[in-house]
Every structure is written in structure tokens, then in C-alpha cells.
Write a protein that binds this ligand. Structure first.
Ligand SMILES: [Fe+2]
Ligand SMILES: [Fe+2]
Length: 261
């Protein structure tokens, strides 16, 4: 039996078009690349942004094992109860006490377990508690069950993401960023064995601004007003990263950025 597992992390799925593209590409991609675990950021999966129970179900039936969120996790009221009920849909852990859902989850594959933590940045975003302290606390908890631990840090600033990556080096198997919808070219293994990428990118229309029709965003910046966001109608791509992790040590041994068109 192989000592290594391939964990695919997929960047923010945008709207119906992103969901449909994921459904079309993910199953074959997983087969072709021997993917053992698949984590998908779903915070923009619903039509009109946020996430809905049916968008999450669509992502699960397309092949995800865990869905992470971000600053749009609570945008739709319909998701509140679902977040409480569903074990494999998580939202950022560093909100205050008493909000719906949970900030981390554990996938039990029988012979091994994988913990996933979701955190929200505090630079230009509304992370409530310190993501660094929250991560440390939760990692200690998850380590009672497994040393394979991944962190989705949903944040805007590259500096904040890099700092958390270095802070968790040697403690987490991988730290990956989401939220900017732009894939960064810095996939690497840090010196302590933590896989790292500042941002996974997105899944949805490529010729767009974060998945939104470019004309709408150009207007927004040129004239200072915003009309309703509309998902762009251009060909899609699926972006993310594969972290190949040694099951025994919990360290990443290979990092492979993903770009599927
Ligand atoms: Fe997003
Ligand atoms: Fe976001």
C-alpha cells in the first residue's frame, strides 16, 4: 500500500458555470491523477454568490470530500442550518462564538484521517479572532487524531498568507490560500515540510474579473457605481493544487499546481 496520498485542493468555484465545469472535469481529473482526497472552496458557488445547500450538494456529487468557505460563507440565510448539520462543510474558524457551523472537519478514510481547517484573513477582510492563534489551537486538537492537516486560509493580502504559511511550517501538512481567484506562481514545500501556495486560483469563467463579467467591474472602477454582478459567459477553467503527503510523517513531498481548461 502506498505511503503517499494525493490531496487535491480546488480554488473558489464561481456560480452555476463554475459548478457545471467542476462536474464536467473533476471526476476524470481525479481518476487520471490518483486523487485520494478532494477539498473544494465553495464560498461563491451559489448563483448570486455565497453558498446554498444545493450548490454544496452539487459539489459533493461532483467528487468533493470537504467544502470550505470564506467571507461569503454566511451570505445566504438558507445555509445556516445546513452548516450546523453537515460535517463536511466548514466555514472560517476565527469567527466569534455562537455562529453557525464549524471551523474544521476531519475526513475519515479508514486507514488514515485528514483534518482541514478554514481561516479568514484580517487584512481587508473581516476575520474576527487571530487566525494564527486559532490555527495553533485547532491543530493541537486535530493532532490527537491525525498529523495530516491542511489549512485553507481565505485571505486577501499575500503577506498575511505567506506569514501564516511560515508560522505553520512543520505543523500543518499544507497551507493554501483562497479568495483572490488568481493563482499564484509560488507553489512550494517550505523547509519544515509544509506544502504551500499563496492562492489556488478559481473555478469558473477565465476571461472575467474573479468570475464576474469584466464589463461590470470595469464600470465599477471607472465610474464608482455597481450594478448586479453577473457571472461571465466565457470558457471556464479549474484551478487548484495537488499536495502529495506522506501518510506517516504528515509532510508534503510534492506540490503540483493544477490548471484544467
Ligand atoms: Fe471567492
Ligand atoms: Fe472570498
Amino acid at each position: 500500500m502506498s505511503r503517499k496520498i494525493n490531496i487535491l485542493c480546488v480554488g473558489d468555484v464561481v456560480g452555476q458555470k463554475g459548478c457545471d465545469f467542476l462536474r464536467k472535469k473533476l471526476p476524470d481529473f481525479k481518476r487520471a491523477n490518483n486523487i485520494d482526497i478532494c477539498i473544494v472552496n465553495g464560498e461563491n458557488a451559489a448563483i448570486g454568490n455565497g453558498m446554498l445547500p444545493n450548490s454544496c450538494e452539487h459539489i459533493f456529487t461532483s467528487g468533493a470530500d470537504m467544502i470550505t468557505g470564506g467571507n461569503h460563507s454566511f451570505k445566504r440565510r438558507e445555509i445556516f442550518e445546513y452548516l450546523d448539520k453537515k460535517e463536511n462543510v466548514i466555514r472560517p474558524a476565527n469567527f466569534g462564538d455562537g455562529v453557525w457551523g464549524k471551523g474544521y472537519g476531519i475526513i475519515d478514510k479508514g486507514s488514515y484521517k485528514v483534518g482541514i481547517i478554514n481561516l479568514l484573513g484580517r487584512v481587508w477582510l473581516e476575520g474576527h479572532c487571530c487566525p494564527f492563534e486559532t490555527a495553533e489551537k485547532i491543530i493541537k486538537e486535530i493532532q490527537r487524531e491525525t498529523n495530516i492537516i491542511l489549512v485553507d486560509f481565505h485571505a486577501e493580502a499575500t503577506a498575511e498568507k505567506k506569514a501564516l504559511g511560515y508560522f505553520l511550517d512543520g505543523k500543518a501538512s499544507a497551507v493554501f490560500g483562497t479568495h483572490t481567484h488568481v493563482q499564484t506562481a509560488d507553489a512550494q514545500i517550505l523547509s519544515g515540510g509544509t506544502g504551500y501556495i499563496t492562492d489556488l486560483g478559481m473555478t469558473g469563467p477565465e476571461e472575467s474579473v474573479l468570475g464576474v463579467k469584466k464589463e461590470i467591474i470595469i464600470e465599477k472602477f471607472r465610474k464608482g457605481f455597481t450594478t448586479m454582478f453577473e457571472t461571465a459567459d466565457t470558457p471556464c477553467f479549474m484551478q487548484g493544487c495537488i499536495f502529495t503527503v506522506d501518510k506517516e510523517s504528515g509532510k508534503t513531498v510534492e506540490v503540483t499546481p493544477v490548471n484544467v481548461r
